[in-house]
Ligand binder design. Structure first.
Ligand code: TRP
Length: 357
């Protein structure tokens, strides 16, 4: 065994709009952590346009335009293109080829049991007729992961079933073809440490933060928009007068404080309290108004988003450079994926060049 070999990290997002705070705490924060630790061999971030099209076939323009938006979101949030290979899924054709073979290892009923797919079918009203491509995206996601020898996939918890599916595909492949040397590496999910960051609720308190639910704060939102959104966030409907005791559970403002607050923010913006626990105690007891807590949260979120916003302005004037970077990286990703695909075909016995004598 080669013990010096470091991890290969791969993750991605569908380009269907801008990234929001749910993406930030659910995945970008961990990406930045990996990036700064630097203990990896390769780090890929994939803009999953092919996957986005599986439920956006008629909205090509939305997907196409979101590619650059998502790339700008990554770069402005601090992803460094010198340390991380950001590429476009559809520009790596090997992924499609690999997906085709993987489809033979997975049954329709297995895909229909995937809990994330189940939720998404409901959300999209696909119950009566599911596009094959959509149902199949966990298989295509397995190719995304396996084509690069990925060992770690930093994601939110809705992606766990995809990693599970990927591991099953590896097991089936090994079982059927019994490769003499290892073709695929088993990937592991890497989740945010705190529960709240794995599934950040939306401003309405009903479901997780998402574009489609219209309950998100976007990385690109300006100062005024962010403040308005925070001031309208769902709190405790029974906390009517300041002196009423308030409830923390299900209170979105406190959920966000759990995700974003550090003790030093109290020093800076709310020195009457030492930490979040003290603030929560006061709220529970009564005598602490929602507005005060919301303004505190607003200060924190603005602190986080301000540098991101500033970088975005610069990047927005360098769109061409970003496209060039994406295209170049996609070419390199394709070369890497080709190696793994060749090994796979070799193991399956379908490398027909071997027939030439
Ligand atoms: N399914 C992911 C999402 O909805 C995007 C994605 C596609 C992905 N391929 C991936 C994530 C591979 C991690 C690894 O955001």
């Amino acid at each position: 065994m080669d013990n010096t070999k470091k991890d290969i990290i791969l993750t991605g997002d569908r380009p269907t709009g801008n990234l929001h705070l749910g993406h930030y705490v659910g995945s970008i924060m961990n990406r930045l952590k990996f990036q700064s630790q630097g203990e990896y061999d390769k780090f890929y971030i994939m803009i999953a346009d092919t996957q986005a099209l599986t439920d956006n076939a008629e909205r090509v323009d939305k997907v196409k335009n979101s590619i650059i938006q998502v790339a700008i979101d990554y770069l402005s949030a601090g992803i460094d293109p010198k340390k991380v290979t950001i590429f476009i899924q559809s520009m790596v054709p090997e992924l499609f080829e690999m997906t085709s073979y993987f489809m033979n290892f997975v049954t329709v009923s297995r895909l229909q049991r995937n809990p994330t797919i189940k939720d998404e079918i409901k959300q999209r009203g696909f119950e009566k007729s599911i596009p094959i491509g959509f149902l199949n995206y966990p298989v295509s996601q397995a190719a995304d992961i396996l084509a690069f020898g990925t060992t770690i996939v930093p994601v939110g918890d809705d992606q766990l079933p995809m990693i599970e599916q990927t591991r099953e595909i590896v097991a089936s492949f090994n079982n059927i073809y019994k490769p003499s040397k290892q073709v695929f590496t088993l990937p592991k999910a890497y989740l945010p440490e705190t529960e709240i960051c794995r599934r950040l609720p939306g401003l309405d308190g009903k479901v997780k933060m998402s574009k489609s639910a219209g309950n998100a704060i976007y990385l690109k939102d300006d100062e005024k928009t962010v403040k308005e959104k925070i001031m309208s966030a769902y709190t405790d409907p029974n906390h009517i007068r300041v002196n009423d005791p308030g409830q923390i559970e299900g209170n979105i403002v406190f959920a966000y404080l759990d995700a974003f607050c550090k003790d030093e923010y109290f020093n800076k913006y709310l020195p009457d309290y030492k930490n979040l626990e003290e603030l929560k105690q006061h709220y529970r007891k009564g005598g602490l108004g929602d507005i005060k807590v919301k303004l505190f949260l607003n200060n924190i979120i603005q602190d986080i988003l301000r540098p991101i916003r500033e970088k975005r302005e610069y990047l927005s004037n360098h769109i061409n450079d970003i496209y060039e970077m994406l295209f170049e990286n996609s070419k390199n990703a394709s070369i890497k994926a080709r190696e793994v695909l060749n090994n796979m075909k070799e193991a399956m016995g379908i490398n027909y060049y071997n027939l030439l004598k």
